[in-house]
Design a protein around this ligand. Structure first.
Ligand code: SAH
Length: 407
């Protein structure tokens, strides 16, 4: 057996790891006793040759080591992984114990001490999404399934999703995006789950993210509370998450705009499956518009359309830091075009999921648009991450949402 992989860091990286940061970049590794392979444990020693942390090694990524534990008193073995998943999952299971929500995040990567790994629950289907090749060995040799069997008992099936950058190494390990690790493919391609009493379809195998945008749950509830008798416009609607909640809350009409016909078809089905249980949904007029939402929104006011609630939730507009200025300009344009459609007393709900745009500049842009529109309006909420999406490091903060009610 090869000797343990032993690594030392530059002083700055050592300091950062001691302060709790979970990543070590490749150029911060000062020395290592041998080449490592992705997925093995890297034992990190300080400048006095004392062991002080353990991480997962990734031979390919610029993030060379993802820290699992600090200190020297813990043994990282199968029990450790199982326990760490169990602790994170139990917190959510207890939070959602009333059964009104069966779609939520069990594990949120770095913020739950399991860097590069996300576990989502959709009813009886679990989805594991990994962002580093370091997790591939435990997925291909069955250890992962062993960990989650006891930690996440609600899931009787498991689907694997891979970030784009690891499709190559995954195929060498015999794994592919959308693999069904446990259960039957026909049971997991489309599944249903409940969100605050509302039923939705999710597509764990092929859908965006892990099959649905669970991160907007709390904001959808807030919109539901604002929607009585409202005409609601839901721009970048995906599968109609905000619209179905608005309909449950008594919206008169809901219009979903998205570029994807597939997403709009799902939105129509999501309305249908809730009709029988929610009188509001059966009474709400639902319309879908397949269009480029940037263009559509720019022209909508000219057609004389107006709404009581306008939700704007675009995809990430900045894939890297250099794009953040352009993204803020785009958010500003979207918000400007959105408020133009509001009736007096109407509400703009503007969201951003761009990790490279931080909360304050985003809120500032939306507030400016709102004030220019009318300075007697009021801010209803400015929100961040839901309880099942904790963000412990700056890089994990991505979601922000602001609601403004015009006078
Ligand atoms: N609000 C949704 C999530 C939106 S995700 C929810 O609550 O679940 C972003 C959506 O924007 C995706 O559905 C994607 O298909 C859509 N999209 C991306 N580019 C677009 C464009 N140019 N015009 C319209 N929709 C777009």
């Amino acid at each position: 057996m090869a000797a343990n992989l032993k690594i030392t860091l530059t002083p700055a990286a050592e300091h950062a790891v001691r302060a709790g940061h979970p990543w070590v970049f490749a150029d911060r590794v000062k020395s290592q006793n041998r080449e490592g392979t992705s997925g093995e444990l890297a034992i990190i020693y300080d400048r006095r040759n004392r062991y002080f942390a353990v991480g997962l090694y990734d031979a390919l990524s610029p993030i060379r080591v993802r820290i699992l534990v600090h200190g020297d008193s813990v043994r990282v073995d199968d029990d450790w992984f199982r326990d760490r998943i169990a602790v994170a999952a139990r917190m959510r299971d207890e939070y959602f114990a009333d059964g009104k929500t069966t779609g939520y995040r069990w594990v949120n990567g770095e913020s739950d001490g399991l860097p590069g790994m996300v576990l989502d629950r959709y009813g009886a289907v679990g989805v594991v999404k990994v962002y580093t090749a370091a997790w591939l060995p435990c997925l291909s040799d069955g250890r992962f399934l062993d960990w989650v069997r006891s930690s996440c008992p609600a899931a009787s099936s498991w689907v694997l999703r891979l970030s784009r950058n690891i499709h190559g190494p995954a195929s060498k390990a015999g794994l592919a995006d959308g693999d069904v690790l446990l259960g039957k493919r026909e049971d997991v391609e489309v599944t249903t789950f409940i969100e605050n009493g509302v039923t939705f379809e999710a597509e764990p195998v092929k859908g965006q993210k892990t099959g649905f945008f669970l991160d907007q749950r709390d904001n959808r509830s807030r919109v539901r509370d604002l929607a009585r008798d409202a005409d609601v416009l839901n721009v970048f609607s995906h599968a109609g998450g905000f619209s179905v909640h608005a309909a449950v809350g008594g919206a008169r009409s809901a219009t979903d705009v998205d570029i994807s016909k597939h997403a709009l078809d799902a939105a129509t089905r999501n309305m249908q499956i809730n009709r029988a249980h929610h009188p509001g949904v059966s009474q709400c007029r639902h319309k879908t518009v397949q269009a480029d939402a940037f263009e559509w929104l720019a022209n909508a006011a000219k057609d004389g359309a107006s709404y009581d609630v306008v939700v704007i939730d675009p995809p990430s507009l900045a894939k890297r830091q250099a794009e953040s200025v352009g993204a803020l300009e785009a958010y500003q344009r979207l918000a400007r075009n959105g408020v133009k459609l509001l009736r007096p007393g109407g509400v703009l709900v503007a969201a951003s999921c761009s990790a490279h745009v931080s909360a304050e500049p985003f809120f500032k842009v939306v507030r400016q648009v709102a004030w220019q529109h009318g300075d007697a309006g009021s801010e209803l909420f400015a929100s961040g991450h839901a309880i099942d999406h904790p963000a412990r490091i700056p890089e994990a903060h991505y979601l922000k949402c602001l609601a403004w009610k015009t006078e």
